[in-house]
Ligand binder design. Structure first.
Ligand SMILES: Cc1ncc(COP(=O)(O)O)c(C=O)c1O
Length: 408
């Protein structure tokens, strides 16, 4: 490979990706957290091919199709709001844009005055302008700051939360909605927080007529040990799904809303309708992939395998945490993360350690993009015991190679 040229990926099989020179890489974070079951899954491939022979795409306005109807029903059952509605779109950021717009207009339609949104410090919700506004105002966001919707930030809730002050803050700010990544803030460096205080915060929001928007773009479909992270911390009013929705096959987003919110938009009043649409809304191939991925997830042997994966990662984390020669690990479901020592004082993501760790991983057959000096894995559920051993042994080698005291 000539220096400066990117490896060209030509094949994927299970957890492995292969480049044009025959090198292999274990896809340790499921290609940016999208891949659920492994690459080239025979059942999902088959279901997409069957759909391709029926209908590749058609307008989703004034018409529907069987794959979308089936998928919407299944998603609503999963979230426990069977009478709610699903709004399909193309990716995680559009699912969030729709969530924010629906939450905002829900109050506009009722003539209730609200002031922006509340989000968590360190949040990441996507790269379009609405989603950017709800994210942490870091170096990625700063050039666009003057264009963004007003958002106030609070710390993720925990034992340190002063509930009285938080309540006064929310009463004063009067946001339309509180948006949060439940249990794990991915792009912030796989920061983890507990379900119980989040549950309490959702209750406080309800009391103050603030809608709760769960961004389950990363956490959805089993990543935190339950099918949805919201099962652990409480049902939101609005939920955004994407990434694992199609098993990692095709771009798709879905925004789910409760019946209470949906009812504000079913009207003949043209001022109150929700004007939002995308050309490829509910693309039948993407819906077929999503239905096939859910079929796989529902299989008892796959669920047993996922439980094995969660337990294996938890026991490996306990082993590392008992050693003073290895970094401390945090783990939830199939997200396993740790920080390598670093003296870097700038914005965490720009830590030069990131490039060194990435290069080390590539040289050791792992595809994993660290977040600054944070190393993490979110392997596809199809990973086999010998592959998991390979992955965890390599991570251990990386941790042992990296000086325990910071030098970078
Ligand atoms: C929690 C969360 N929300 C939203 C997004 C945006 O998704 P997409 O990259 O599909 O626009 C991401 C992407 O990483 C994410 O992690």
């Amino acid at each position: 490979m000539e220096e400066g040229l990117l490896p060209v990926l030509v094949k994927g099989e299970g957890v492995w990706l292969y480049d044009s020179e025959g090198k292999r890489y274990l896809d340790a974070s499921g290609s940016w957290w999208v891949n659920l079951h492994g690459h080239g899954h025979p059942y999902i491939n088959q279901k997409i091919k069957e759909q391709l022979d029926q209908l590749e795409h058609a307008i989703f306005s004034g018409f529907t199709h069987p794959q979308a109807v089936r998928l919407a029903g299944r998603l609503l059952n999963l979230t426990g709001v069977p009478k709610g509605k699903v709004f399909f779109s193309d990716n995680g950021s559009t699912a969030i844009e729709i969530a924010l717009k629906l939450a905002w207009q829900y109050f506009v339609n009722q003539g209730i005055s609200k002031k922006g949104f509340v989000a968590l410090r360190g949040a990441y919700h996507g790269d379009t302008l609405g989603a950017l506004a709800a994210g942490e105002r870091d170096v990625f966001v700063r050039p666009f700051e003057s264009l963004l919707a007003p958002v106030d930030y609070i710390e993720p809730p925990g034992p340190q939360t002063d509930w009285e002050s938080l309540k006064s803050f929310l009463e004063e700010k009067k946001p339309a909605a509180f948006i949060y990544e439940p249990l794990v803030q991915g792009a912030a460096g796989m920061r983890m927080y507990e379900a119980q205080p989040l549950h309490r915060l959702l209750g406080l929001c309800r009391e103050l007529n603030i809608l709760c928007i769960a961004d389950e773009v990363l956490t959805g479909f089993g990543r935190t040990g339950t099918l949805l992270a919201s099962e652990q911390c409480g049902t939101p009013d609005v939920m955004a799904l994407s990434k694992g929705l199609t098993g990692g096959y095709l771009p798709m987003g879905a925004t789910l809303i409760s019946e209470k919110i949906a009812s504000e938009f079913y009207t003949e009043n043209t001022q109150k309708m929700f004007y939002h649409g995308h050309s490829y809304t509910a693309n039948p191939l993407a819906c077929a992939a999503a239905n096939a991925s859910l079929d796989v997830l529902e299989q008892p042997e796959i669920q047993a395998h996922m439980q094995w994966l969660y337990a294996s990662l938890a026991s490996k984390a306990a082993e590392w945490n008992a050693s003073d020669r290895l970094p401390k690990v945090r783990v939830k479901g199939n997200i396993f993360a740790f920080d390598l020592a670093s003296n870097y004082k700038g914005y965490f993501y720009n830590n030069p350690a990131r490039k060194k760790i990435y290069a080390w991983c590539i040289a050791h057959e792992l595809l994993m993009r660290p977040l600054g000096s944070v190393v993490y894995i979110i392997p596809p559920y199809g990973i086999q015991p010998d592959e998991l051993d390979f992955l965890l042994d390599r991570l251990k080698l990386l941790a042992q190679t990296w000086p325990l005291k910071a030098s970078t």
